[in-house]
Design a protein around this ligand. Structure first.
Ligand code: ITT
Length: 206
């Protein structure tokens, strides 16, 4: 079984990691003593790597990180890599959602098209990495709806799910179509492929 220290400090993300990866991947908690890692990267990949490498350096163990952004067409792709601090450093989910709705006031359907993108990156001591990405397309609604999920979920309606926001879905429904669900399933498949490649005589079938 693969074992990783979970590099995210966000308990809402941690719940989704466990829900999607299931018992085949063991997730150890992030050391409480490790302070927040400054997300100074220009891209989701840079920030995922910063978070994973900080945990590898602190623990000497393999670590897995997630960096996620909401990209809104009418805002030129913002908040993107700045999604957690769109309304300022340390902003609450509600403040970020309110700032997003304010920025989109008056925007039409095209401007409200959006996608969530997640980059999952695992790092090992010694420099090995496995990276996976997941994207879900959708749109931003006018008013928050639903009590589930977290972050921007009350204002994001994924395509093909009957017009419900992520916050109106149960966790399994969200994970089945979400950016993070997709990234984590691709990640688990990449781990499986890497494992098969390392065992002689068990390569991929042609
Ligand atoms: P870590 O860095 O500790 O992993 P974080 O919350 O700071 O936690 P990010 O830098 O990836 O994570 O910030 C992304 C922000 O985007 C997050 O704070 C939420 O506001 C939002 N977000 C991320 N995943 C989301 C999801 O599945 N649904 C809704 N909003 C999400």
């Amino acid at each position: 079984m693969s074992e990783f220290v979970l590099a995210t400090a966000n308990p809402d993300k941690a719940r989704e990691f466990a829900g999607v990866l299931g018992p085949g991947v063991s997730l150890l908690p992030r050391p409480a003593a490790l302070g927040e890692v400054a997300e100074t990267g220009e891209t989701l990949l840079d920030n995922a790597r910063l978070k994973a490498q900080a945990v590898v350096a602190a623990t000497g163990l393999p670590a897995v990180a997630d960096d996620t952004g909401l990209e809104v067409d009418g805002l030129g792709g913002a908040p993107g890599v700045r999604s957690s601090r769109y309304a300022g450093e340390g902003a609450s989910y509600a403040a970020n959602v309110a700032a997003l709705l304010r920025a989109l006031a008056g925007a039409g359907e095209a401007g409200r098209r959006a996608r969530f993108r997640t980059v999952v990156l695992a790092a090992w001591p010694g420099g090995r990495e496995v990276v996976a990405e997941g994207v879900v397309e959708g749109s931003i609604v006018l008013e928050p709806r639903g009590a589930g999920g977290f972050g921007y979920d009350p204002v994001f309606v994924p395509d093909g799910c009957g017009g419900r926001t992520f916050a109106e879905m149960d966790p399994d429904e969200k994970n089945a179509v979400s950016h993070r669900g997709r990234a984590l399933r691709a990640f688990a498949a990449a781990l499986g492929d890497a494992g098969r490649g390392e065992r002689p005589g068990r390569g991929r079938r042609p």
